[in-house]
Design a protein around this ligand. Structure first.
Ligand code: GDP
Ligand code: MG
Length: 332
């Protein structure tokens, strides 16, 4: 096999074979995973090592004998509007999206499984920031168990499906099946409308159809739509097309089900840098309560500058605010 294994790898493998305790075996396997050269020819080996590690850790847990849990990464805390986790098969372009949209130190490669742990980065959508989390890929037979706590903790998810890959049409099913086994279901909707409670954990999500610039992209997209129906919303995206990247950030913000509303003092300019975030459908009275509790209680009327409104139009308490509205609150 043209895997070009290193001496370090072979030594770790020797230690693995000779290991007498569970901990020794896990440690040696971890080292083999670290030392395995990552390229096309080792793809299968890598997946195999990782599922062996997953199995070992499960056995350790079953025996209650503290497996290498210390190896588990601490959960990444949500920042900005919230956390959107990127999920998908190998080479779908999760890390490429991260690299295009955040400053996170991710590795974009043309071989699979280069991303070995979850990595956060902040993405801008106009004047708000959404946290993206890049993740190790999910393969048909393999899902890194260390990834699952982070998936459960995320606010929402993006399922990346590669329009240029021959197995494109199968990718959503296998990724969702692997997630399902770990009690996670990707659903349409928003953080506001989908309850975090209950089992399985339901994560609001959309499908990012990556590599949209691939020559087969449009055909693959049509077929994918047929296969998936309207199970989840779709968005074609290419890292080479800035407009599609802007649409991607917008769609990620859209997963939260929030609108941005700007507060304005009478006679002054609106503060355009710091929007208040309120659920879609919230009334101007709800907005007043966000600005200050007193304002909700002493609400008189509001003036709105926004799309479809006259400049400074007077509205009552039940006016449903819209994304981008500038609102001047007046007390009774
Ligand atoms: N043409 C094109 N190539 C892409 C796009 N997104 C990712 N790639 C390439 O696809 C390969 C896999 O990308 P990567 O982000 O590492 O995939 P990951 O395994 O999902 O993180 C790399 O060679 C990327 O340069 C895209 O939108 N268009
Ligand atoms: Mg990656």
């Amino acid at each position: 096999m043209p895997a070009n294994l290193t001496l370090q790898y072979l030594q770790a493998e020797e230690r693995y074979k000779a290991a007498k305790t569970h901990e020794e075996r896990v440690a040696a396997l971890e080292e083999m995973i670290r030392e395995l050269p990552k390229h096309k020819h080792t793809e299968k080996m890598f997946a195999d090592l990782k599922s062996r590690r997953a199995k070992l850790l499960k056995e350790g847990e079953a025996r209650g004998g503290g497996p290498a849990r210390h190896q588990a990464e601490a959960l990444i805390k949500p920042e900005g509007v919230g956390q959107v986790i990127l999920l998908g098969a190998p080479n779908t372009g999760k890390s490429a999206l991260m690299a295009a949209l955040t400053n996170a130190p991710v590795e974009v490669t043309d071989y699979p499984f280069a991303t070995r742990k979850a990595i956060p980065g902040m993405m801008r959508h106009e004047d708000v920031r959404v946290q993206l989390v890049d993740t190790p890929s999910i393969a048909p037979e393999f899902l890194d168990p260390f990834l699952m706590p982070q998936v459960h903790a995320a606010d929402a998810a993006v399922l990346c499906v590669d329009l240029g890959a021959p197995e494109c049409l199968d990718q959503p099913a296998w990724v969702q099946a692997a997630l399902g086994e770990s009690n996670v279901e990707l659903v349409p909707g928003t953080v506001e409308t989908v309850s975090k409670q209950g089992s399985p954990r339901r994560l609001p999500a959309f499908v990012a159809c990556t590599h949209a610039d691939h020559p087969d992209g449009p055909t693959a997209l049509d077929l994918l739509r047929e296969v998936m129906g309207d199970a989840l919303p779709f968005l074609p995206v290419s890292v080479n097309d800035p407009a599609s990247l802007a649409a991607f950030s917008k769609a990620c913000f859209g997963l939260f089900g929030l609108v941005r509303v700007y507060s304005k003092q009478p006679g002054r300019e609106a503060d355009r840098n710091d929007p208040f975030l309120v659920p879609i459908g919230a009334s101007v009275l709800d907005f007043a309560g966000k600005v200050h509790r007193d304002l909700r209680e002493r609400f008189g009327y509001a003036r709105v500058w926004g799309e479809g409104k006259y400049e400074g139009q007077r509205v009552a308490r039940d006016y449903p605010v819209r994304d981008g509205d500038v609102i001047e609150l007046h007390t009774a």
